[in-house]
Ligand binder design. Structure first.
Ligand SMILES: [Zn+2]
Ligand SMILES: [Zn+2]
Length: 353
């Protein structure tokens, strides 16, 4: 089968013919119908995250935002059969640790992120294997299409968990969104759908225009102002209630914390780059005196999908609004390379394999 493979970190992915996966007893094989292209793919391709033991080796097949159709079923799998339509959340849990038993596979003690571990080859291929498939696959409602669901296994659900669960977002809150990549745009759409007011910071006007279309009440081009946090504080009358770093660089993380008002909540969604290697200076005294919270947020507990699907079925949330271009597997290497300059608008989705 065809797959996009990292032959060398930072060099264009190679489209190669690789072996069709055989399911282990706990696994299913899913034929990929759509898979989003994510900043995390770009990081892994660059060779980032070795400092947290999360780098991928050469030979890796990336792709962690898939939706597809079950083609083969391992002997021990009980709840899935060939032909089932599924989304696969990227944080594949073991199904047995205390966190998984609470439905929180995103916090699993032995998580294997799809496409981001050599033991878990990804979905930029005609098909891929899913470990502990009964536990990890999420069946798609009939009315949602694959392309629409492609961003759901990572960025859309990540933004939902960050805002609804970690930051405890309330209607009327000012939500500052720093960075308008896929997770940032998802956060804007979700925040406005839940009755909050997004105020959005990026350095590219094209992204800010997209943000405004998605319901951003205020947009700030960070390149045009002296201090993005000061601008947020002025426009919100004292600071945001919730602020999210949707990029993962020191400047956006610090700007996010500094955009908050008293008792505000920062949510860190983006993992950092080779520049920071996970270390960022923060204004700890201000955070202490103003009781500012710093939340990490990673994926979304599986038990939260039902609520997300309900909001999508009701039309409150429309993940399709975040989709950028659709492309073929052959076009993927160039699309990933083009993410070097952070100019991608919306989530690119591979739909032809
Ligand atoms: Zn992702
Ligand atoms: Zn677990």
């Amino acid at each position: 089968m065809r797959a996009a493979v990292i032959e060398e970190h930072g060099e264009p992915l190679e489209i190669e013919d690789v072996e069709y996966p055989e399911p282990r007893p706990d696994q299913v094989i899913v034929e990929t119908e759509a898979c989003g292209v994510c900043r995390s793919d770009w990081h892994a391709w660059q060779g980032d995250w070795s400092w947290i033991g999360a780098g991928v080796p050469e030979g890796q097949i990336l792709g962690h935002e898939p939706a597809g159709i079950v083609s083969e079923v391992g002997d021990d799998v009980e709840t899935l059969e060939a032909g089932d339509r599924v989304a696969v959340p990227f944080h594949l849990g073991d199904g047995t640790c205390p966190h998984c038993r609470e439905g929180r596979a995103n916090n699993c003690d032995s998580v294997l992120p799809l496409g981001l571990s050599e033991y878990s080859q990804g979905a930029f291929a005609e098909a891929f294997a899913v470990r502990e498939a009964d536990f990890n696959c999420v069946k798609l409602p009939e009315e949602v299409d694959f392309t629409e669901m492609a961003g759901l296994g990572c960025r859309f659900m990540t933004a939902y968990h960050a805002l609804a669960d970690r930051a405890n977002l309330r209607p009327g809150d000012w939500v500052a969104v720093h960075g308008c990549g896929g997770v940032g745009l998802s956060a804007i759409h979700i925040a406005q759908a839940l009755g909050a007011h997004p105020i959005v910071i990026d350095v590219l006007d094209a992204k800010l225009e997209r943000a405004a279309e998605l319901g951003a009440v205020e947009t700030i081009n960070g390149a045009d102002v002296d201090s993005a946090p000061r601008e947020v504080k002025e426009r919100t009358g004292g600071g945001a209630d919730v602020s999210i770093d949707a990029l993962g660089i020191a400047e956006t993380c610090q700007n996010s914390v500094n955009s908050l008002g008293t008792r505000g909540s920062h949510v860190q969604v983006g993992l950092t780059t080779g520049e920071e290697q996970g270390q960022i200076d923060l204004p700890v005294d201000v955070m202490t005196m103003q009781e500012i919270d710093f939340h990490g947020s990673f994926g979304m507990p599986l038990v939260r999908y039902e609520e997300l699907f309900r909001l999508i079925a009701q039309g409150t949330l429309e993940p399709s609004k975040i989709i950028g271009e659709t492309l073929s597997l052959d076009e993927l290497p160039e699309t990933l390379s083009s993410m070097d300059d952070y100019e991608t608008v919306g989530i690119p989705v591979v739909t032809e394999f």
